[in-house]
Write a protein that binds this ligand. Structure first.
Ligand SMILES: Nc1ncnc2c1ncn2[C@@H]1O[C@H](COP(=O)(O)OP(=O)(O)OP(=O)(O)O)[C@@H](O)[C@H]1O
Length: 254
């Protein structure tokens, strides 16, 4: 579980995050949503330590991340897996080598053990057959699955995903969402996903935090969205006519 308390972040005189408190639960897919420029990326960067909050607390299972020494932060980072918007794979390394990379860097395993662990992770994302291929030889969806396999190689307690579905078609996005959701439950990970994808919001939004102009405007489950009377949230979620009609149909049936 990750908890943030009264988190504020300013750049010079511009306040981007305004007093955000929230809990991101383990075993659940926690989603951060909001308009472009609302502060989602800045929030995620404060969580993983790429930015320091101006004030407030970030607690990893009660451990105060902001107050930690550099060495303690490095230790904690080993418990974090990250999936970036672009899959961020090494083009000159095979799929297997890419997944082995964090094990090469941070584990004491011998080569055989590292290969075995990487294959187990590739198996979890149904990609064992691609282990000898290079990133340039596989599809964008497959690259994302390799990135997921790499992110779980060290058995992370916390998983951060920045726009995991960007550039993917809806069907492939669904595969990625199901994978992230499945892994989160299976390994009881605290997963935090920064997303614009409304299919993800409705499909795997177990704990959604809606940021509006740097403030937490709403928090809840995707099931609560249909019933919500929060105008800022519904204007954002149901921005398209199709979604507006779907909502009207659901509410009409009640
Ligand atoms: N290093 C920085 N210095 C100054 N301002 C910054 C910095 N990083 C972000 N900002 C500002 O913070 C605000 C929030 O940016 P952020 O990237 O978090 O938005 P976002 O919600 O992730 O948007 P998007 O959905 O488009 O990625 C923006 O106004 C941005 O210009």
């Amino acid at each position: 579980m990750i908890e943030i308390k009264n988190l504020c972040k300013s750049f010079e005189d511009k306040q981007v995050l305004k007093d955000i408190s929230a809990v991101f639960e383990n075993g659940k897919t926690n989603l951060i949503i909001g308009q472009s420029g609302s502060g989602k990326t800045v929030l995620m960067k404060n969580l993983v330590g790429l930015l320091d909050p101006t004030s407030g607390e970030v607690l990893y299972d009660g451990r105060d991340f902001v107050a930690m020494s550099k060495k303690e932060k490095i230790m904690l980072r080993r418990e974090m897996g990250m999936i970036f918007q672009s899959a961020a794979l090494f083009d000159s390394q095979t799929v297997l080598e890419n997944v082995m990379f964090p094990l090469d860097m941070f584990s004491n395993m011998n080569l055989r053990e590292r290969q075995q662990r990487a294959r187990t992770c590739l198996d979890r994302v149904n990609l064992v057959e691609a282990e000898r291929k290079y990133p340039g030889e596989i599809s964008g969806g497959m690259q994302k699955r390799v990135a997921i396999a790499r992110a779980i190689a060290l058995n992370p307690k916390y998983l951060f995903c920045d726009e995991p579905n960007s550039g993917l078609d809806p069907k492939t996005s669904l595969v990625i969402d199901e994978l992230l959701h499945g892994i989160t439950q299976e390994f009881d990970i605290t997963t935090i996903i920064n997303t614009h994808d409304m299919n993800s919001v409705m499909g795997i939004g177990e704990n959604i935090i809606y940021i509006y102009e740097g403030q937490k405007e709403w928090q809840g489950h995707s099931k609560d969205i249909m019933e919500s009377t929060n105008r800022k949230l519904t204007d954002f979620i149901f921005a398209s006519d199709l979604l507006k009609q779907m909502r009207a149909a659901v509410r009409g049936k009640e």
